[in-house]
Ligand binder design. Sequence first.
Ligand SMILES: *[C@@H]1O[C@H](CO)[C@@H](O)[C@H](O)[C@H]1NC(C)=O
Ligand SMILES: *[C@@H]1O[C@H](CO)[C@@H](O)[C@H](O)[C@H]1NC(C)=O
Ligand SMILES: *[C@@H]1O[C@H](CO)[C@@H](O)[C@H](O)[C@H]1NC(C)=O
Ligand SMILES: CC(=O)N[C@H]1CO[C@H](CO)[C@@H](O)[C@@H]1O
Length: 621
Amino acid sequence: MIWCLFALLFSQFTFAQRHDEDLMSFVTLPEVRALKWEITHHDRDRAAPGYWFVAPYGMIDPESPTRKYLQYQVGPYIYDQDGVLIWAGSPMFDNRNTFDFKAVHNIDDKPHLSLIAQRTFDETVPGSGLILSQHYEVESEVFKLNDTWEFNVHEFKVMDGGKTALACVYQSKMLDMADVGRPGEQKLFLTGGFAELDLATGAPLFEWDSSDHLGLHETDRFHTWEEPMGQWGFDSVHMNAVDKNEAGDYIISMRFTDTIYMISGVDGRVMWRLGGRETNFVQDFVFSKQHDVKFVSSNGTHHIISFLNNASDEITTDEIISSALFVELDTTANPMTARLIARYNRPDGQLSRLRGNTQLLPNGNVFVGWSQSGYQSEFSPEGKVLMTARFASDRFSTYRAYKYEFTGRPRAPPDLVASVSGTTEDDVTTIVHVSWNGATDVAAWNFYAQAYDGGAPVLIGNVSKTDFETMFIAHGFLDWVSAAAVDHQGNVMGTSAVHRTKAPDNWEAAGFVGSSKAPSPINPSSLYKEAQAGEDHSSALSNGDTKDLLAALSQAYQVVRGLGNLLIFILVVSSFAGVLLGAFWVLRRRRIQRSQPYRHVPSEESFPMEETPLRNNASSD
Ligand SMILES: *[C@@H]1O[C@H](CO)[C@@H](O)[C@H](O)[C@H]1NC(C)=O
Ligand SMILES: *[C@@H]1O[C@H](CO)[C@@H](O)[C@H](O)[C@H]1NC(C)=O
Ligand SMILES: *[C@@H]1O[C@H](CO)[C@@H](O)[C@H](O)[C@H]1NC(C)=O
Ligand SMILES: CC(=O)N[C@H]1CO[C@H](CO)[C@@H](O)[C@@H]1O
């Protein structure tokens, strides 16, 4: 029986790999096809604790629903450091592009999430900045300001206490070109700035726009002889990041002026410029086309800042490699000084022409999102590359990538799907799949069966959680099943609904050749006592490799043969099969493979497990 299942599973994997190996598949969430990762850990022990927060998208603008490859890859996602899915947020945001997705720990003593959800393709739903609770429920949502085009996708930074957030703001304005030697001539520009928004009302508490404070000559991105393209005008400064220090001043990044500006929180005046054509600093480094400027520390006059130095864009290249920079600024010196204190080069030696971010982790490590194909890396403080990873698919990028510790406690119960199959009364098998989208810290799953709806649940086994979805295989036809998530201390965290097991409509047509027309469901309580015998073995073996499992299996067989109790043996075999298949599943999934050229897959050819008729919580009786 084991080998039949084993062979079946193996054939399913080869089939899946041939077609869309860059996407995950789940029995419990059939529509979700989360991206897989290719991960290299160079020094796992030094990696900071935490999960990865990414928001893959295919196109930076809202994508036509008909263009999408498959449902549910685009949107906010949380993964662990092995690329195991923790939360797929794309169903919640209905496949909309999302940006700047991260955990937020500065609101109260609970973890939260923040992100930007882009407007929908048909523009019926406007873009917004959102804060979610650790239960994945929307706590606050702010929309674009009046007279602006959209909620800008670059930045949504929740300030301490969670009362306000910073966002970039782009506006279309006719500007006089006197500053570039064409007085009296007007052209349409997309200006850049930011606002600090009241999260309760969405009203701006502070607003700043480049047209009020910067000269047109500062940009390297337009020429007076060119006509603006599109209804929004020249994207002249390309504002792409904002942060605020405790003194109440703002630091911003503008990509098309290659400059970081300090803006007074009192009157909006430019306090100083770092980089670009008019830097106020004596610098021992250069940078350009930068992203994601953030304060690491600031006491008002002395600042340490971090940012991603792209050194290139779609048009020009200034350096041969992109890097994350940490810079110390002394604004009391005369002239002011800017000193490079740490530089982390992109490990693959490439350039990030667009997007990206730099994050200092609590243990001093540095996490950098290089954006394209989700390429990201973690460095030790002294610059050793600890980890690099990228999406297995190059169809997707993430604007930024973050690493945070997080505790996710979804309100929705775990999803469970069970089915039964077999050819004779002796080999009838119930297969249960369970997952809990968004739940962190699940250590194991307990599986239960009951004789009838409302009957007492009987523990039929438990399995350590090693992947997003956990499979359990039980001998016999168990008609009503459920599962409970257990944490590392053994506490029950949540329980699925009781689901009815999906049986073939016609057992004979499904290959059943037993003495009856169809097998009958069994009463699980009649098996429970015998099941105890196998339990210790299954938990002891949950980390073993295949060889150990088989050795233990044959040992167990000798034991049960001595007892002459075939039923116990079948149960032991079933629980071993579950562990064996689970281990095999994990090994297959964790293998790091180069992605193959992308091919569109007609749905009937996709992962066969998806084709079995599935049930979800909603349809449970
Ligand atoms: C935008 O305009 C609408 C309609 O005039 C108004 O009700 C709303 O308060 C305005 N929002 C902001 C943030 O100013
Ligand atoms: C800010 O920090 C610098 C460097 O640590 C120090 O010299 C300076 O006195 C500090 N200024 C204030 C106002 O605390
Ligand atoms: C399975 O259940 C048994 C008995 O309750 C327990 O001792 C064991 O630790 C559990 N194993 C897992 C992986 O939770
Ligand atoms: C080494 C190098 O090419 N540095 C460039 C980085 O970008 C700035 C601003 O665009 C240039 O002035 C530097 O020459």
